[in-house]
Design a protein around this ligand. Structure first.
Ligand code: UDP
Length: 355
């Protein structure tokens, strides 16, 4: 089979591409490299079964050409990360909405099955226990930039259901809760790679608020396995599924574990939310998925826990440091061309748990 993966140079997209190639398929990756990195595709490209196209999901002619050649599409391209959404609210909103519009219409026109990756951010501030797919959305006002991401993804979901119901388009929706693992970058605010980098550098771990807010962290290997199971299940068409782990972890506890697992002397520093994200930022308290629907349909269960995720992110960040040093030593400056074990470290646990 041949797949189009939009956002395939990103964190989750590149692991999904690896998994598709590992099962003998071919992939075209469409990515504008705004937050994705070509290094994430080092292993995939070396197989010769992956074509990389640098471009935008808003480019209707390009997307149409690529979809016409594909047997299936995974639409992951998106501006993500709370920090990025808050800093570049308008650009992120337009990019996410236009990308959904173009990619989903092209898939519907060519009758190509599509999996759309939505987000737990859809639920907003609803923190009432485990959130099921039909739980209410509780969003702050639109003038708070954080909520524009939920609005864009909700548009994508509504578009998907509209195309399914009215035009019979074979679209499935996944709502991804906090996913982490190798290749995730802390540059756009994601907490685990941020803490690991801080611990390895010996700087303070910046815990926002008092750190009692909780999240459930899924390893990217488990997330990719869930996406593939749903892609292979016809009954998932026209439906939405939560994908995520069920164990809640207070952020301050995550920071302690990172310090312990890195063996770092780093300290924890509490940073007020307003200082981290600007005035009027609204934090959630907790966000936990109910994944009953996914498990009942596919049998999926997470195989890895947060300790595995921390281990893998540490290994990856250590390899990234060696990679950067080797690059500068060889080339005089950072070119991204150095040979290293970065690609190998970034693959930890992905293939062994993906079938
Ligand atoms: N967080 C933190 N320090 C950081 C980055 C994030 O304490 O350097 C917190 C953040 O405020 C939130 C949690 O970690 O409470 C998860 O943040 P992330 O951006 O990874 O995910 P999301 O907020 O989208 O669930």
């Amino acid at each position: 089979m041949h797949h189009l993966v939009t956002g395939g140079a990103g964190f989750i997209g590149s692991h999904l591409t690896d998994a598709l190639v590992a099962r003998g398929d071919t992939v075209t990756v469409l990515d504008d490299l705004s937050t994705g990195r070509i290094n994430n595709l080092q292993l995939a490209l070396s197989t010769g079964n992956v074509e990389f196209v640098e471009g935008s999901t808003s480019d209707a002619a390009l997307v149409n050409d690529l979809i016409a050649r594909a047997d299936s599409c995974f639409h992951l391209a998106s501006a993500v990360g709370v920090q990025l959404i808050v800093d570049e609210a308008y650009d992120s909103l337009i990019k996410n909405v236009r990308g959904c519009d173009v990619v989903m219409h092209a898939a519907a026109n060519h009758d190509v099955p599509l999996v759309f990756s939505s987000t737990s951010e859809i639920y907003g501030k609803n923190s009432e226990g485990a959130l099921a797919e039909d739980s209410d959305r509780l969003l702050g006002p639109p003038q708070r930039s954080r909520w524009s991401y939920a609005t864009a993804k909700a548009f994508g979901e509504s578009l998907a259901f509209g195309l399914c119901n009215d035009r019979g388009a074979p679209i499935k929706v996944v709502r991804l809760f906090n996913t982490t693992g190798p290749r995730q970058t802390g540059a756009y605010g994601m907490v685990l790679p941020t803490f690991v980098r801080q611990a390895l550098d010996g700087s303070n771990l910046t815990v926002h608020g008092n750190g009692v807010q909780t999240r459930c962290f899924a390893h990217v290997s488990d997330t990719v396995r869930a996406i593939l199971l749903l892609a292979d299940t016809d009954e998932a068409v026209g439906e939405v599924f939560n994908v995520g782990a069920g164990i809640e972890m207070p952020i301050i506890e995550l920071a302690r574990r990172v310090i312990e697992q890195t063996g770092s002397d780093a300290k924890i520093e509490l940073v007020p939310f307003d200082e981290a994200y600007g005035d009027g930022f609204e934090e959630l308290g907790r966000r936990k998925p109910d994944t009953t629907a996914l498990t009942e349909l596919t049998g999926w269960q997470p195989a890895l826990n947060v300790t595995h995720a921390i281990e893998d992110v540490i290994a990856y960040e250590q390899a990234a440091t060696e990679f950067a040093a080797a690059d500068v030593a060889l080339n005089g400056s950072a070119t991204g061309n150095a040979e290293s074990n970065l690609a190998i470290a970034s693959r930890f646990r992905t293939t062994e748990h993906t079938s």
